[in-house]
Design a protein around this ligand. Sequence first.
Ligand SMILES: Nc1nc2c(ncn2[C@@H]2O[C@H](COP(=O)(O)OP(=O)(O)OP(=O)(O)O)[C@@H](O)[C@H]2O)c(=O)[nH]1
Ligand SMILES: [Mg+2]
Length: 375
Amino acid sequence: MNDDKNLPEWVPENADKSVFATEVMPGIKARHDGFEESGFSKVVKRRPIVKRKSFSVAEYKDGILSGDKTMLSRAITLIESNAPRHIEKAQELVSELLPHSGKSFRVGITGVPGAGKSTFIECLGTMLCKEGKKVAVLAVDPSSTITGGSILGDKTRMENLSRLENAFIRPSPSGGALGGVARKSRETMLLCEAFGFDTILIETVGVGQSEVTVRSMSDFFLLVQLATQGDDLQGIKKGVIELADAIAVNKCDGNLVEKSTLKKAELAGVLHFLNSPTPNWSPFCEVCSAHTGFNVMEIWRRLQEFHKKMLETGFFEIRRAHQKREWLHSVLDDEILREFYSKPEVASILPQIEADVEASKMPVTAAVRKLLSAR
Ligand SMILES: Nc1nc2c(ncn2[C@@H]2O[C@H](COP(=O)(O)OP(=O)(O)OP(=O)(O)O)[C@@H](O)[C@H]2O)c(=O)[nH]1
Ligand SMILES: [Mg+2]
């Protein structure tokens, strides 16, 4: 019997104990509420896993069409899932609800972080709900997987708006690449329309291509600007201004009133020289304060004017049709790529072909031909 407490019992008494690298330390006795001293350092009490009831496509559809918000949330979760069996079910649901969708006014809202987009949406959304409108707020944030969701994240939960019966707020899905987020947001938008929301406000942060994506799913595109920063600092690319149907210079309150008014004049001048993204519409610039509500409703009236005019001229439907066609091509492109790269014939020869191209042993065109013929 080995009486050295730091060595296991199987170590012979006459062994050279200095050669043993491993010492067995006595366990730390920890005390946990409700548990006896166990000798183990931690006792984990697991909650029983409650399996959520899964609904049929018909149940989701009926729930959404009858105005059941919980069902809408559950259906959106289904759409956001990446599991193949969920994707299939979600597609079935989207097809079922497609004839009930499309009847809202979709407004995309972009601007640099901190411009006040969420505050503006909360202010406008609350005012619209008071007018009897039904408002859904969505977000498209390709960075949300990295940052944990900056838009509609912890910072701004739109608490006042979220409490209203006529409002529905859904943070950005975590889709990884923008393509995934865009698909999920588009389908979420269709579900919200089928539910009966007549106004969809889509917030996006002005990074990468996200504003182009949101422009391509909106009827009206609003850029929220600030008076306090120069255009270079704001990172507002000229391209984004060109996408906008209007600019709101926000935070026109306190000591920023004068600066905001100057900014408005400056931006109105810029808009004058740019092409409008919408025929028969001259983009405008206005000041507002999402904090005080100053001018927010006035800006909305102009959006309504736009909506009415576009319906009258027929451009509303033309743009929607064009957007759907664009959407088809973008999904098709993604799918073709995904399918191509997942082919075992391609995956097995790709590394060697890449190496050959890197080492200039094979020209790129020949490499591409070889890969395409391997399918
Ligand atoms: N003074 C003033 N502050 C405002 C106004 N609108 C927003 N803010 C403040 O500006 C900060 C940022 O507002 P958000 O609404 O979160 O800005 P955002 O553009 O949604 O920001 P991200 O979601 O991070 O891109 C918050 O502290 C708001 O309280 C305004 O009209 N006036
Ligand atoms: Mg925000």
